[in-house]
Every structure is written in structure tokens, then in C-alpha cells.
Design a protein around this ligand. Structure first.
Ligand code: SAH
Ligand code: SF4
Ligand code: F3S
Length: 456
């Protein structure tokens, strides 16, 4: 290996926004000679891009740092290993990490990682440590530019950051800061550049993506900022982009224009993630979700009217403080009413500094476990039933890579289901129509019926 080439290992925890941020960190470090490595052993720079959402997620960081220590010692005589902690744990506990884990050289928050080159230089010069957890989101995107290293046919694009909702269980408003949207022109430039590199599907990301209100494009007639529906329709005009998705939305920010986009924009995939968290109005209120169960169900109804084949996914929390058997039954009933294609579910986890953590009526751990198991059994049934309902349908599948078996390709349905199909390798990166013949909990299988590119 030549001296100029350095090895970079990034481990990513948490949500898709962290996945995007990790990719952008690679982009920022590429010009400095850093090449991605598969393992931390012998790496010149190791970045842990962390998540603070639940206690378990945050604890993982410290055990990972423990595992890195001997690797860092082993590399001491061979140029050394710089260890950085990024992401939401960095934002929430920056100074404490430095104290608790001397193995860490630098701490960088989600809004300042564009400054990694400077920060690394600083630690090397001073043989000391560096910490930067300011909020400078505008500056960040200007600095990052559009020259992304693309790997594959699907890509995440962050369009909105931060959260002003302050759900009483959640750390995100504290780790990611206030809601902010990127200007439309900047997003278009990034998506065009991705399309030019072969990307066919983009997933627009934001902690509250449907709160998007980005500066209108130059020359546009609209006088105010654009909403997400307008952005989606505009991105659908970009040649090469065949599929658009977005996540994560909040029920409070749903508007008719966005719901109509599901009806009038075929490139917008008929699969929508809309977390509700609980089915009891009392718990929703205590969570500060700012909507009722009925209002949530009304949104789902409007979405299904706009796009009858739309499938819904969600997030649920069980065992929020004060949750009784009756409240939990309301969650089960809401799940039955919605009939989810897929849904994440979690036991409530007390997070330092959030109002929920200070509530006196915490639910016992065993009861949370019991409720989670009951909820997951129901969600599991719904997911299997949804997958099985695809048998006999012909679905457009975007082929992403070779599959595990010989001659097989791995692709995704409009509903993000994994699909395994026998198909020629030149279908990779293309959309083909697949007649679905088999379904399990996590995947579909079928037969390629047309290799024609079809607008989904
Ligand atoms: N912005 C999104 C997602 C936030 S985090 C939204 O508004 O829905 C992703 C999911 O983690 C949340 O939807 C919630 O279900 C879960 N979550 C957040 N804080 C949690 C906590 N303290 N305990 C358990 N689950 C939590
Ligand atoms: Fe967290 Fe609520 Fe904001 Fe989602 S909307 S990020 S759950 S505070
Ligand atoms: Fe975790 Fe931060 Fe995402 S807390 S879920 S990485 S916004």
C-alpha cells in the first residue's frame, strides 16, 4: 500500500439518516486518500456513527470502543489509529465520551462532520483531542457538494433535518436540532448527479420529512417555500430516476398535496411509513404526539382512497409511562384497523433529559416484554398475510444485485419487499415485471415475465 492511501472503517448505527451521513463522511475523506475498509483491524481512521434513540443503542458504543482499544494499541507503531465518535451519541454526550473513553481522539456531531478533515488534522498536530458538536446545517450541505461515491442503484438523499415535535420519549430534537429543509435546487443537483451515476431509486430522508418546506427553485413562480409533494413531483421529472420514496413522516404534517402526490405521481412508490407509536389517545397525549388515533386512521383512509394499492408501515412503542392494559388493547385495535404491511415495535426506553424519563408511572420491564411479544405476534401475522397477498400479482422489481443462489437476482418490489428471481445478470440496475409465486415473512419469489423496463 502506498503512503498516500489510508484505510477508513465506519460503523453505522441507528436510522437511515445515519447511513446517509456515513456515506457523506466517506465522500469528504476520499480526497484525503481514505479508502473504505471492511474491518477495523489496521485501519488508520475508525468512525463510529452512533445512535442515541434507545438505551441499548447508546451502550453499544462503549462496548465497541472497548473492542477497538487493543486494535489501536497494536497499530501504535504503524502510523497509529485515529478513533472518532460521530452521530447522535456524540451530540448528546460528547464531552463525557472523551472522559469515559480516552481511546477516542475526536468527537463530531451530525451537523459538523463536513469538518472532519480539519478535525483530524487538529488531533494529529496537537496529538490531542478535538470536539465539534455545533449546529451548522446550512454550512454542512454547502461544503459537502454533489460528488458522491455511488455504490448501486438506490440512494438516500437527506432533504430535511431535525425535529421540533418533542415527543416526550424521544431524544432526536436534542441530538439533531431544529427542523430545517434544504433548498430545492440543491436537492435537484444532488439527485441529478446520482442519476448520472446510474441511480434509479432515491429515498428522501428527514427526521420529519413531510415537514419539508425548502426554498423554491430559482425562477419558480411560487412565492413561498415548496412542500414535499411539490418536491416529489419535481424530482420525478429527472431522467433515469424511476422510483421515489421518502421517510419518516409525522401525522401532523400530512397535507392534501402530499396525499395527492401518491395519486398523480406513479414514480412515487405505493408504500408509506407513518409511525403512530400508540393507539390510546391518553398515551398519545402523554407522548405529545399532537394527534388522536382517529385522526391517524383518517389519514390512512385518505391515502388508501388516493392510491388503493398503497401499503402502510409504522412504528409502535409499548410500555410508555402510564400505559394500562386498556391502553395497550387500544394499540392492538389500531393495528388491526390499519393492517400494516410491516411495522417496527419497541419497548419504551427511558432517555436522559426527555420528559418521559421523569414520569413517575413507569411500566415494569416484564409487562413491557409481555406486551411487545403480543404486539409482535399480531404484526408478524399481518406482514406474512401481506406478503402472501402478492402471490399471483405481477410486480415491477428493481434488480439490485446477484442473489445468493446461482442465476438468481435480488431485487425490491414497490413495497420494499426483497424479491428473489432467476434472471440474467444484465437485468441488474433495471426494472422487470415479476409474477409472484412464493412468499415468506421476509421475501418474495417469482418468475420474470418481461424484461422490458416498465414505469412502476
Ligand atoms: N422521526 C421519526 C422517527 C424517530 S426514531 C418519527 O417521528 O416517527 C424511530 C422510532 O424509534 C420512533 O418512531 C419510535 O417508535 C422509536 N423510539 C424513539 N424513542 C424511543 C424510546 N425512548 N423508546 C423506545 N422507542 C423509541
Ligand atoms: Fe422523535 Fe417525535 Fe421528532 Fe419523531 S417526531 S423525531 S419521534 S420527537
Ligand atoms: Fe438514532 Fe440519531 Fe437516527 S438517535 S435514530 S441516529 S436521528
Amino acid at each position: 500500500m502506498s503512503d498516500a492511501r489510508k484505510r477508513l472503517f465506519i460503523k453505522t448505527y441507528g436510522c437511515q439518516m445515519n447511513v446517509y451521513d456515513s456515506e457523506r463522511m466517506k465522500d469528504v475523506l476520499h480526497p484525503l486518500g481514505y479508502e473504505p475498509a471492511e474491518q477495523p483491524d489496521g485501519a488508520d481512521l475508525v468512525i463510529l456513527n452512533t445512535c442515541h434513540i434507545r438505551e441499548k443503542a447508546a451502550e453499544k458504543v462503549y462496548s465497541e470502543l472497548g473492542r477497538l482499544r487493543p486494535l489501536k494499541e497494536a497499530k501504535a507503531d504503524e502510523g497509529g489509529m485515529t478513533i472518532a465518535v460521530a452521530g447522535c451519541v456524540a451530540q448528546a454526550e460528547g464531552a463525557e465520551i472523551m472522559k469515559r473513553a480516552p481511546v477516542v481522539d475526536l468527537v463530531v456531531g451530525p451537523q459538523t462532520y463536513h469538518k472532519l478533515p480539519e478535525l483530524i488534522a487538529k488531533t494529529h498536530r496537537a496529538r490531542g483531542e478535538a470536539l465539534d458538536t455545533e449546529f451548522e446545517v446550512e454550512d454542512k450541505f454547502d461544503q459537502l457538494g454533489n460528488d458522491r461515491q455511488v455504490d448501486g442503484y438506490t440512494a438516500f438523499v437527506t432533504v430535511q433535518e431535525g425535529c421540533d415535535k418533542f415527543c416526550t420519549f424521544c431524544v432526536v430534537p436534542y441530538t439533531r436540532g431544529a427542523e430545517w429543509s434544504r433548498p430545492v435546487d440543491q436537492i435537484v443537483a444532488e439527485v441529478r448527479a446520482l442519476a448520472a451515476k446510474g441511480v434509479r431509486e432515491v429515498t428522501l430522508l428527514g427526521q420529519n420529512v413531510n415537514a419539508f418546506h425548502g426554498e423554491a427553485p430559482a425562477g419558480s413562480e411560487a412565492d413561498g417555500p415548496w412542500g414535499l409533494g411539490q418536491l416529489v413531483r419535481h424530482l420525478a421529472l429527472i431522467g433515469g430516476i424511476e422510483r421515489i420514496r421518502f421517510t419518516t413522516s409525522h401525522p401532523r404534517d400530512m397535507d392534501d398535496d402530499l396525499i395527492n402526490a401518491f395519486a398523480d405521481t406513479p414514480k412515487l412508490m405505493p408504500y408509506f411509513h407513518l409511525p403512530v407509536q400508540a393507539g390510546s389517545d391518553k398515551i398519545l397525549k402523554a407522548m405529545n404526539r399532537q394527534h388522536t388515533a382517529e385522526e391517524y386512521l383518517a389519514i390512512i383512509e385518505r391515502l388508501r382512497a388516493a392510491r388503493p394499492d398503497i401499503a402502510i408501515s409504522g412504528d409502535m412503542i409499548v410500555g410508555f409511562p402510564g400505559e394500562t392494559d386498556k391502553d395497550f388493547e387500544a394499540t392492538m385495535q389500531l393495528v388491526r384497523d390499519v393492517n400494516y404491511a410491516s411495522c417496527f415495535s419497541f419497548k419504551y426506553s427511558k432517555r436522559p433529559g426527555t420528559p418521559g424519563a421523569a414520569m413517575f408511572n413507569q411500566v415494569a420491564e416484564e409487562l413491557k416484554t409481555e406486551r411487545l411479544l403480543a404486539l409482535q405476534a399480531l404484526l408478524n401475522e399481518q406482514q406474512v398475510a401481506f406478503n402472501e397477498s402478492q402471490i399471483g400479482r405481477t410486480l415491477p422489481v428493481l434488480f439490485e444485485r446477484v442473489g445468493r443462489l446461482d442465476g438468481q437476482l435480488h431485487g425490491r418490489s414497490p413495497y420494499l419487499q426483497a424479491v428473489h428471481v432467476e434472471a440474467p445478470a444484465d437485468m441488474i440496475g433495471k426494472i422487470g415485471n415479476v409474477r409472484i409465486e412464493g412468499a415468506s415473512r421476509n421475501a418474495l419469489s417469482g418468475i420474470l415475465v418481461t424484461s422490458e423496463q416498465s414505469a412502476a
